[in-house]
Design a protein around this ligand. Structure first.
Ligand SMILES: [Zn+2]
Length: 383
C-alpha cells in the first residue's frame, strides 16, 4: 500500500494539512507498538489520501480483534523481525463501515457494514485462478506485509470485502479472521459423526471446539497445558479435556491417549485438529489418531520438529492436511451459516473489549493468559 511509512510521526502531515488518523504502528525494530495520533490517512492508488482507486474501498474501522500474529509483532520475536516492515500499521481482524468506493466497484456501496479477508492477492497466479487463492504465491497480508486495520481508516481492494449479515453482531464480526481459521480446519478435516481430538485450545482451538460441535462431531476431546482453557473447552462441548504434561508436573501424562482409545473401540480419534504447534502435541496427537484417520494441521512449530513420519503417517495411512488462512470464499459462507445458525458459542472466548488507547493492556492480558480473545474498540458500534 503506497502509504508514507518512513516516519510515522512525520510532522509533514500537519504542515500540509493532509488528513491524519489514529493508528497502532510498529514504529521501531523493538518490542512494543506506538499509538500514533496523526498518522497520514491511507492513500488510494489515486495517490490522494482517503480517495480509493477504481477497485479500492475506504473503510472506517469500528472494532478490531487482537491476534496472536499481532502479539508476535508486539513482542518483536524472530519471526516478526524477519517479516514485518518497520513503520507498518498493524492489525488485520475487524468490523467496519465502507466510507467510499472506487469508480469501478460493483459489489459494495458506502454504508456497507463489512469485514474483509486479510490475504490480498492479485488473482493472477495458479492458485488464485484455480480456487485456492488462500495460498496464492503473491499473497500480501493486512497488518503484516502492508498497512493493516488498527487505525481509523483502511484502504483495501473491493474484492477482499465481506459484506456482513445484519444478524452477526459486531464483536463476532470483528473476529471472523481467526474464526475462519477454525472453520477452515474443521471443514477440511470433515468432522460430522466423527470423534475429534483438538490439541491446543488457545483462541482458535477453542473456536474449533464450538465449530466442530456445531458441525456435528460425535465426541470432541481437547488437550492443553492451561487448566482454565481445558475447563472452557469442556463448557463449549468437549466430552473430555486433558493436560498432556507429565504426571510429575500435575498433568495426565500419556494416560489420556489410552482414555481416548478406550472410548473409540481401541481405535483412536477419527480426526486430529492440531492447533498448538507443539512438537509434543504433534506426536501425541498422531498417536491418538486411528489408523487411516485424518489430521488437519494449523499450529505452527517455532522450529522444525522431530516427527515419526514412518509410523504416524506412512504406516498409519493417515491423511494429513496443511491449513493456511481461509478459503475464499467458501470458508466465509460457512462462517456466515454457522454464525447465523446461533449454534456457535463465542461469548466466553471473547473475554475483553477495550478502547484502542488501552492496547498495551490488551497484550498484557494475552501474555498473562487472563484474556483469550480481545477486541479493541476504535469507533464504537457500527450502528
Ligand atoms: Zn488473526
Amino acid at each position: 500500500m503506497p502509504v508514507a511509512v518512513s516516519s510515522p510521526a512525520a510532522p509533514a502531515a500537519r504542515t500540509t494539512n493532509a488528513p491524519t488518523m489514529r493508528a497502532l504502528v510498529k514504529a521501531s525494530p523493538a518490542p512494543g507498538l506506538d499509538l500514533i495520533p496523526d498518522r497520514p490517512a491511507p492513500l488510494g492508488s489515486t495517490g490522494r489520501p482517503l480517495e480509493p482507486g477504481p477497485t479500492e474501498v475506504l473503510i472506517r474501522v469500528h472494532k478490531a480483534g487482537v491476534c496472536g500474529t499481532d502479539r508476535h509483532i508486539y513482542e518483536w520475536d524472530d519471526w516478526a523481525a524477519s517479516r514485518i516492515p518497520v513503520g507498518i500499521v498493524t492489525g488485520h481482524e475487524f468490523v467496519g463501515i465502507v466510507e467510499k468506493v472506487g469508480s469501478a466497484c460493483t459489489r459494495v456501496t458506502p454504508g456497507t457494514r463489512c469485514s474483509a479477508e486479510g490475504h490480498i492477492t492479485a488473482w493472477a497466479d495458479y492458485n488464485s485462478r484455480t480456487g485456492n487463492a488462500h495460498i496464492a504465491s503473491d499473497t500480501k497480508i493486512l497488518g503484516v506485509d502492508r498497512d493493516g486495520i488498527f487505525a481509523d481508516y483502511a484502504m483495501i481492494p473491493e474484492s477482499n470485502v465481506w459484506p456482513l449479515d445484519p444478524r452477526i453482531p459486531d464483536r463476532f464480526a470483528a473476529v471472523m479472521d481467526p474464526l475462519g481459521n477454525a472453520v477452515h480446519t474443521v471443514m477440511a478435516a470433515g468432522v460430522s459423526a466423527r470423534t475429534v481430538l483438538i490439541t491446543g485450545v488457545g483462541i482458535i482451538g477453542l473456536m474449533a471446539v464450538t465449530v466442530a460441535r456445531a458441525a456435528g462431531a460425535s465426541r470432541i476431546y481437547a488437550t492443553d497445558t492451561n487448566p482454565a482453557r481445558l475447563a472452557l473447552a469442556r463448557k463449549l462441548g468437549a466430552a473430555a479435556a486433558f493436560n498432556p504434561l507429565p504426571e510429575s508436573k500435575g498433568g495426565d501424562g500419556d494416560r489420556w491417549i489410552d482414555a481416548i482409545k478406550r472410548e473409540t473401540r481401541g481405535d483412536g480419534a477419527d480426526v486430529l485438529l492440531e492447533m498448538s504447534g507443539s512438537p509434543i502435541a504433534l506426536d501425541q496427537g498422531f498417536r491418538a489418531l486411528r489408523m487411516g484417520g485424518t489430521a488437519a494441521l494449523l499450529g505452527i512449530p517455532s522450529r522444525a520438529p522431530t516427527f515419526d513420519l514412518t509410523n504416524h503417517v506412512v504406516f498409519k495411512g493417515a491423511t494429513v492436511l496443511g491449513i493456511n488462512g481461509r478459503r475464499m470464499w467458501e470458508t466465509w459462507y460457512q462462517m456466515e451459516n454457522l454464525l447465523t445458525s446461533g449454534r456457535l458459542e463465542l461469548d466466553d472466548i471473547i473475554t475483553h473489549e477495550l478502547p484502542l488507547a488501552q492496547y498495551r493492556r490488551a497484550f498484557e492480558l494475552m501474555q498473562s493468559g487472563e484474556g483469550i480473545k480481545i477486541v479493541l474498540d476504535l469507533n464504537g458500534p457500527t450502528k
